[in-house]
Design a protein around this ligand. Structure first.
Ligand code: ADP
Ligand code: MG
Ligand code: ZN
Length: 478
């Protein structure tokens, strides 16, 4: 039998506000355990929350960028459950009136993945299991999150990956999160079910919690769908449960029975007033939206950049902005992209450094070097070497380029190099005279070597063609 695989994602994104959602504690990642805490975020009796305005702004930006409707009057709710990482024994989140609803993200295939809602909530603390003991760090408790919930519109693990990548790019571009999966600032829960192809009835779904890498997400989904299909093939039911992914074995295992909304005893959060957003604020935020990754990607494709390069440039906002500045007025923007994705990315270590993109080469300097390359004055290899030296030392190009590297080749020098190439390659020269146009490439190559790439290949080709038309042929046999 053929089956249809179905999935929906719940993605949690930690917002890059300076302070937590309901108190003034820092949201900085890490730190000595339990030092980024106060009575509010550790749930001391009598401590009262105050909503951070910036959280609303960031969540609304995410909503606007994903075509959601923004609810101008929403509210917070209490979700009750007891777990040691949750000091109040309830999480302040949103339930029946989320901030943003009914949006979508478009996949490369053109298919839309509907976003059911984006709501704001507080993160929980962290349990640290060590040497048979468990300790608790509340530094993360109260860090603001948005939860982005899709409709069950995903049909493959690749689509899920693409969705998360797109969402991550968007959040980074908006500047609302660094989205580092390995640090947990972006985590997803994935809900999966299968049903016989053509059937309209949804299958029973399971939920895998807390995927912290895209590779794990893809592998876990593939495994879980196969497991569900095997059960159905054997005529056994799929149990609705919450699963944990075992990274080492690549399998899923039950964590707990799936709870439903009733289990959480949701009710309106009494310690916080209704959230009323002036419509004027939303319009201001909308007007201030930066160029979104999809628009930027389109623009880069239109500039003639290959798809993979365009995607990489759009991954981090600063990289795209740098590229735009450096590529201004350059003949072939691909040259600029190659420098950034080659030497620059090689010099930058991980995600964090690419995100900050603190390279010691001002974009104007890169533009100048690429223009020199394009005018034929700077050989490609020298450009690359120079950039590497600049990146390693933080010193300007003038420290590494010889004066002669930047001089335009005189007509005299070009003519001399062409004559030398003809003399050194009589066979190729005769071929050109005999009308074999392609043979000229060997001569052009010789000229480029001779001039250390300072000649323009086009000019060299033209001059060689002219020379070989005028000088009488030398018979190789003589
Ligand atoms: P819960 O409140 O239990 O988390 P929701 O109805 O809010 O459940 O849905 C959570 C996620 O599960 C959503 O992303 C949704 O798209 C997904 N989902 C719902 N039904 C299915 C299904 N039959 N198969 C796969 N995913 C589903
Ligand atoms: Mg859920
Ligand atoms: Zn606090």
């Amino acid at each position: 039998m053929q089956y249809e695989c179905i999935a929906g994602l719940e993605t949690h994104i930690e917002l890059a506000t300076k302070t937590k959602i309901f108190c003034g504690c820092t949201t900085k990642f890490g730190g000595e355990p339990n030092t980024h805490c106060c009575p509010v975020c550790t749930g001391m009796p009598g401590a009262l929350p105050r909503l951070n305005r910036r959280v609303i702004e960031y969540a609304v930006l995410a909503g606007l960028a994903t075509h959601c409707t923004v609810r101008l009057a929403s509210r917070m709710a209490r979700k009750n459950y007891s777990y040691p990482d949750l000091p109040k024994a309830y999480q302040i989140t949103q339930h029946d009136r989320p901030l943003c609803e009914n949006g979508y993200l478009t996949l490369d295939s053109g298919r839309r993945v509907r976003i059911r809602r984006i709501h704001i909530e507080e993160d929980a603390g962290k349990l640290i299991h060590e040497g048979g003991r468990t300790r608790i760090d509340y530094n993360r408790a109260g860090v603001p999150l948005i939860e982005v919930v899709t409709e069950p519109d995903l049909r493959s693990a690749q689509e899920a990956r693409e969705f998360v990548e797109k969402l991550r790019r968007l959040a980074r571009c908006l500047g609302i999160s660094d989205c580092r999966m390995q640090e947990g600032s972006l985590r997803c829960d994935v809900n999966l079910s299968v049903r016989p192809a053509g059937s309209e009835t949804p299958g029973v779904r399971t939920e895998i919690k807390n995927m912290n890498s895209l590779a794990h997400l893809e592998r876990a989904m593939t495994y879980e769908w196969e497991r569900q299909i095997r059960l159905l093939e054997r005529g056994e039911p799929v149990a609705q449960e919450t699963l944990r992914y075992n990274e080492r074995e690549g399998t899923t295992a039950p964590m707990r029975g799936k709870e439903d909304a009733r289990d959480y005893r949701y009710f309106c959060e009494p310690d916080l007033p209704e959230i009323r957003i002036p419509a004027r604020w939303v319009e201001e935020w909308r007007a201030a939206l930066p160029e979104l990754p999809e628009e930027r990607l389109e623009r880069y494709r239109a500039m003639g950049l290959p798809d993979a390069a365009a995607q990489q440039l759009c991954e981090y906002r600063r990289v795209g902005e740098y590229f735009d500045q450096a590529a201004k007025g350059v003949g072939n923007p691909r040259e600029v992209a190659n420098c950034i994705l080659g030497p620059f990315f090689a010099a930058l270590g991980g995600e964090e450094e690419k995100e900050a993109f603190g390279v010691p080469v001002p974009p104007e300097e890169l533009r100048r070097l690429v223009l020199l390359l394009e005018s034929g004055r700077l050989p490609r290899a020298v450009l690359k070497k120079t950039l590497e030296q600049m990146l390693a030392s933080g010193r300007p190009a003038s420290d590494f380029l010889r004066e002669e590297d930047l001089q335009r080749l005189s007509g005299e020098e070009l003519a001399r190099a062409c004559r030398a190439a003809v003399q050194a390659n009589p066979g190729a020269a005769n071929d050109v005279r005999a009308g074999k146009k392609k043979a000229i490439q060997a001569l052009v190559g010789a000229v480029m070597r001779e001039t250390r790439g300072r000649a323009s290949a086009r000019e060299a080709g033209e001059l060689l063609a002219e020379m070989l038309r005028e000088t009488p042929g030398v018979c190789e046999k003589c």
